[in-house]
Design a protein around this ligand. Structure first.
Ligand code: NAP
Length: 286
């Protein structure tokens, strides 16, 4: 597929009260190695964020734990608080210098983190604030209730949850209106199929993280290669287009720190797959 005119042709979906194009951008990869510390060139990283917006991306996903703090800081510096871009961030994970991701859903901690995220993102209100991952040491309801309170207090427009089962989604919905669920989902990994179906039925945004399986699409190589050839596209573009066709609540956030990769990913929104092709891909791993 040619990348001549890079525009985001994906349809829109309303997160809270804001319509965004369904193909977004994941900003985790802007950080240094292992998502710890700053990238080698922070100017380049800020430029990737600005370029994403220039290509029509109006939905950017990040988290306080990316860096930690680095990804949010770069986004804040690159684009500030733009009305035409929805920045979704998350809280609930700690990092250490081994690069571990440690669940921490303590309400006081979440309340501390929202203040630091607001500051780094240079905004008065977080557009979408997501609970990153359930924490075995804190009752799930206590963590989610904190996100609900932050929404009531006006620090947060909409609340999302991440890495949850169908049962936890149900429990969260008793506490707060859940705008989005962010779970791992891609051609190779359909573990969250049931959660996706609930989201599709109930109009909840579903944000598949690792939408190109962290660039490991080898498992369906043959089929993907055939379909990519038929469409003059790349495997990654087919994988993203498949996600977009799979459900109209689907909001893929491919992550990259490379402007050419970014353009190629946005160009996946130009790709139209027939129902039969979507079916072939869906059946390949279901
Ligand atoms: N909620 C959660 O627990 C959770 C967990 C992980 C991630 N996330 C979110 O999901 C987003 C995406 O996940 P992800 O980054 O792990 O996986 P991904 O988007 O499936 O894949 C990213 C990897 O693919 C490469 N890549 C991307 N586009 C490419 C292209 N066109 N050509 C060649 N290589 C390409 C990237 O390297 P280059 O930089 O070299 O392009 C990077 O190594 C993250 O940014 C983050 O916002 C959420």
């Amino acid at each position: 597929m040619s990348n001549d005119a890079i525009t985001n042709e994906s349809e829109t979906f309303e997160i809270g009260t804001t319509a965004v194009h369904r193909l977004g951008f994941g900003a985790m990869r802007l950080c240094g190695e292992d998502i710890i510390g700053a990238p080698d060139d922070e100017d380049d990283a800020r430029e990737v964020v600005r370029h994403a917006v220039d290509c029509g991306i109006d939905f950017i996903d990040t988290a306080d734990s990316y860096g930690p703090a680095v990804s949010e800081q770069l986004i804040g510096e690159a684009i500030g608080d733009r009305d035409d871009v929805l920045v979704a961030t998350k809280a609930g994970l700690l990092r250490n210098d081994s690069g571990d991701w440690i669940s921490h859903g303590d309400p006081d901690y979440i309340r501390n983190q929202v203040l630091t995220s607001l500051d780094r993102l240079r905004t008065d209100t977080i557009d979408l604030y997501q609970f990153h991952r359930p924490d075995d040491d804190t009752p799930f309801e206590d963590s989610v209730a904190t996100f609900a309170q932050l929404k009531d207090e006006g620090l947060v427009h909409a609340v999302g949850i991440s890495n949850v089962s169908a049962e936890l989604l149900d429990r969260a919905r008793e506490q707060v209106e859940v705008a989005t669920v962010q779970n791992r989902y891609n051609l190779n990994d359909r573990g969250s199929r049931e959660v996706l179906e609930i989201c599709a039925d109930d109009g909840i945004g579903f944000i598949p993280w690792a939408p190109i399986d962290a660039d490991d699409l080898a498992e369906h190589g043959g089929l993907l290669d055939d379909i990519a050839d038929e469409h003059d596209a790349t495997r990654r573009q087919v994988a993203l287009a498949w996600l977009l066709e799979r459900a109209d609540v689907m909001l893929p956030i491919p992550g990259t720190s490379d402007p050419a990769h970014l353009e190629s990913n946005v160009a996946a929104s130009h790709l139209s797959l027939s129902n039969e092709t979507v079916q072939r891909l869906t059946e390949a791993a279901d």
